[in-house]
Design a protein around this ligand. Structure first.
Ligand code: XIL
Length: 840
């Protein structure tokens, strides 16, 4: 069967263009219109000209008499490229009695169409409405007789017009007008195959003709579209030679078409491989409505848009030309005048005409296609969601776009898809802690366009990291717990914290705080019980890892006094301390001071608060005394102070020398460490004095109070320093330590987490970069192998890669490896060594 899908329609009167089949590509918007018609200027075109450029037929009806009516025929031929005989080809008109054919009216219409370069939709061979079936046909009760009558009628009519009519409504209205059942009582006496037989008859009579089934009301009668689709699907499945489905589209007054749903109905038929057409469009108006023509134009535009949006919708035919001759005014159903057509009674174009022409012209210029692909400009991860931002697609003819963003996980998360009017689209239902890539496609009436490129992967949030180790301060049946926020919030803001007390080793009920404050009072605790606390941060994803536990506190009693110091003389020592920083929720009453002589505790002495010193007499000269202090309140005694370095009672003595201080380089500074003096002398150490050396020259000393971190600032990056230190007590300064190892200030910190994997005479050593490069980027690393703790020649690598193969090792020997980072200032301190590996 020839599928002359799109008949080109030449300008009026050029019959030579008739029925030439052209490919849709030949009708691309760039194709020139007829002389004078530029679709970018719709007013320069007749409907049939822009319709042809849009790849569609625009049709109307005529009765024989109308083809000779000057006004009617002029507008008809000028504007429409397809002609449907309104009544002249119906059975009652063409074979009013058995065997007696009357072709003159049909001939007139067909001849007129040919003369005016119009295609003809042959309407209709069998109209399955009993009302319109001739009485003589209705009188036939013998199925065999009726079958031959139907076959004869179809064959005779199709044969007669074989050269001039290439498209037939073979069966019209097989379904009940306002229902979903079958319409005819006459033809169904032939049995279920009568529709297939009618198509077979038409096909046999003209194998090149397009054969259509035409139906009323499927656009609005409830359930009728589904019934029609089922009927047509069965015909297609049975191999019936059907080419298209005509949707009459006689609208009711005041209906509002759902253009998307209507386009979907049309597409249901093209999805079966058929063409579809709007074959009998009229839109009656309420006669008293002043705005009627504007509304009517909108409805016309929607019908035309729906057809344009469906690739194989090939025709829109209006059921008449002018409001003067519409069948609806004579139907007796609607208030008259119904004014349902494109031209008014004076043949002037109505607003609906302008709209139809404008829509056809738009399709001629911008095509009948789905939108282009949008461009994703960014995807932002949120809690179980991704917000997808994009730039719009090119819309084409159908500007009413929606966008569908879809996100799929690359590692097992749930897929999400959300449709919205524009950017951004929040795609929900995703899985936290999974990675996603998202894309967007635009949809218009013609369908969904190409997908955008996939976005870069985005990670959805996880639970927060662990907060810093909390501190806890006792109160009355309570504790104030303070922590630092986690370094990572998991990708979405922290909303609160969970504090979990552990009492005497038993985990207690967790307390939740819906606040981002990093200090909270935990109540409901038991006085005199010992608690530790862990803290976990909460974000919308969930509760993160717990911190390490706080130091233990005893609830309800004061914390320990601090800076317990003693100054000894002959036979005596004066002890001083600082009051505790927290009283446990009730006022301090006293202190319990315990002397410890040569490591053995002596009986404790009570000192009433607020006094914070005590002279102990009667002590043994030459013995070493330390003291510990606990504070009391009404609830009880708190924990004892930290151990202090003992002082020697007797003659005045300065402290012994501390150990030589190693230094860790910082940015223009160094942090020192040293071993405490073995003896603080006859008094507690109150301070340390540090002397920096640069190139062996002593610089100005710095003094640090005891307990203060010895950070030597004001150093010059890239210079190499070493340090000596001495301790000071109430008697005076002790001797200097020896000078510690030199360090390049400003060199990077130590690499971390060094691992080694043995190979054959090699090992692959990997590490993490130092936490700080001290202000100058790491430029290389030095890897030192150790055998039995003895350093072997180091290997230097002038690049920041953190995994290196160390060659030249000895098979069977156990090695460890330490790594130093290098920057422009120098080489930093060694990392801790890797675990030992035995080289193969
Ligand atoms: C109508 C004509 O317009 C009227 O003049 C006639 O009286 C009845 O038929 N569905 C069809 C068309 O398929 O053939 C009908 O035409 C309208 C409804």
């Amino acid at each position: 069967m020839v599928r002359s899908r799109i008949g080109i329609v030449g300008i009026v009167g050029i019959a030579s263009a008739l029925f030439a089949a052209v490919s849709p590509a030949a009708l691309a918007p760039s194709a020139a219109g007829a002389a004078g018609c530029a679709p970018s200027v719709p007013s320069s075109c007749a409907l049939r000209e822009v319709a042809a450029l849009a790849g569609i037929r625009i049709g109307a009806t005529a009765e024989a008499a109308e083809t000779t009516d000057t006004a009617y025929s002029t507008v008809l031929a000028r504007e429409f490229g397809s002609l449907t005989p309104e009544n002249a080809m119906k059975w009652y008109a063409i074979q009013p009695s058995r065997g007696s054919y009357s072709f003159s009216a049909a001939d007139t219409v067909v001849d007129y169409a040919v003369a005016n370069g119009m295609e003809v939709r042959g309407h209709t061979l069998v109209w399955a409405q009993d009302t319109y079936t001739p009485n003589w046909v209705k009188a036939i009760s013998d199925p065999t007789d009726l079958r031959s009558v139907v076959q004869d009628h179809i064959t005779t009519v199709v044969n007669r017009y074989e050269d001039r009519v290439h498209r037939w409504d073979v069966v019209n209205e097989p379904l009940a007008s306002f229902g979903t059942g079958l319409s005819s009582s006459v033809y169904w006496t032939l049995g279920a195959g009568w529709i297939a037989d009618a198509f077979a008859d038409a096909h046999a009579a003209d194998p090149t003709a397009e054969l259509w089934l035409n139906e009323y009301g499927s656009d609005w009668v409830p359930g009728k579209h589904a019934a029609l689709l089922a009927l047509v699907s069965d015909l297609v499945a049975d191999g019936v030679p059907i080419d298209g489905v005509g949707i009459q589209t006689h609208r009711l007054p005041n209906q509002t078409l759902d253009v998307v749903a209507f386009a979907e109905q049309l597409r249901d038929f093209t999805d079966l491989g058929l063409e579809v057409a709007v074959t009998e469009l009229d839109v009656p108006t309420a006669p008293t409505d002043a705005a009627a023509f504007a509304k009517q134009a909108v409805e016309y535009g929607k019908v035309v848009d729906a057809c344009l949006a469906v690739a194989d919708c090939t025709e829109v035919t209006t059921w008449g030309v002018t409001d003067a001759s519409t069948w609806l005014d004579g139907l007796g159903t609607f208030p008259t005048p119904t004014r349902p057509l494109l031209f008014d009674t004076a043949y002037a174009a109505k607003p609906a005409y302008d709209t139809v022409r404008a829509r056809l012209a738009a399709a001629a210029v911008t095509g009948r296609t789905a939108p282009g692909a949008p461009t994703v400009t960014g995807v932002t991860a949120g809690n179980a969601r991704a917000t997808v931002a994009f730039t719009p697609a090119t819309a084409g003819t159908f500007a009413d776009l929606s966008y569908t963003a879809s996100c799929a996980s690359t590692n097992g998360g749930a897929t999400g898809e959300v449709t919205a009017a524009g950017s951004p689209i929040v795609v929900t239902g995703l899985t936290n802690a999974r990675t996603y890539r998202c894309r967007v496609a635009a949809t218009n009436l013609a369908g969904t366009g190409a997908q955008s490129a996939l976005s870069a992967p985005v990670a959805l949030p996880t639970t927060p990291g662990g907060p810093g180790t909390p501190t806890a301060v006792p109160g009355a049946q309570a504790a104030t717990v303070t922590w630092t926020a986690p370094l990572t919030n998991g990708g979405v803001a922290v909303t609160g914290y969970v504090v979990t007390p552990t009492r005497n080793g038993v985990v207690q009920a967790a307390r939740s705080f819906a606040s981002t404050a990093t200090t909270q009072v935990v109540t409901g605790l038991t006085n005199l019980a010992t608690y530790t606390f862990t803290v976990a941060a909460v974000n919308p994803v969930g509760t993160g890892a717990a911190s390490t536990a706080s130091a233990a506190i005893t609830v309800g009693v004061p914390v320990a006094p601090t800076t317990v110091r003693a100054v000894a003389a002959s036979g005596q020592a004066t002890v001083t301390w600082s009051a505790p920083t927290a009283n446990g929720g009730s006022p301090l009453t006293s202190y319990l001071v315990t002397p410890i002589r040569n490591g053995t505790a002596l009986p404790a002495v009570t000192v009433n608060a607020p006094t914070t010193s005590r002279l102990f007499t009667g002590l043994t000269n030459g013995a070493a005394y330390a003291f510990r202090v606990a504070a009391r309140n009404a609830v009880g005694a708190g924990p004892v102070s930290n151990p202090m370095a003992p002082v020697v009672v007797g003659t005045a003595k300065v402290p012994t020398a501390p150990g030589a201080p190693p230094a860790v380089p910082g940015d223009a500074r160094a942090v020192l460490f040293w071993a405490e003096p073995t003896s603080s002398g006859s008094a507690s150490i109150t301070a340390y004095t540090v002397t920096p050396y640069l190139g062996g020259v002593a610089l100005a000393p710095r003094t640090f109070a005891a307990g203060v971190a010895p950070i030597v600032t004001g150093l010059v990056n890239g210079q190499t320093y070493s340090f000596a230190v001495r301790a000071v007590n109430a008697v005076g300064p002790g001797p200097w330590s020896t000078v510690g190892p030199a360090v390049a200030v400003g060199a990077p910190g130590s690499p971390r987490t060094v691992t080694a994997v043995a190979g054959t005479k090699t090992a692959t050593v990997s590490w993490l970069p130092p936490l700080t490069a001290n202000g100058a980027a790491v430029t290389g690393y030095v890897v030192t192998p150790f055998v039995a703790g003895v350093a072997r020649p180091p290997r230097t690598f002038d690049a920041s890669a953190t995994s290196r193969v160390i060659t030249g090792l000895t098979t069977g020997v156990s090695y460890t490896f330490a790594v130093q980072a290098v920057n422009v200032r120098g080489t930093g301190p060694r990392s801790p060594a890797s675990a030992a590996v035995v080289v193969g």
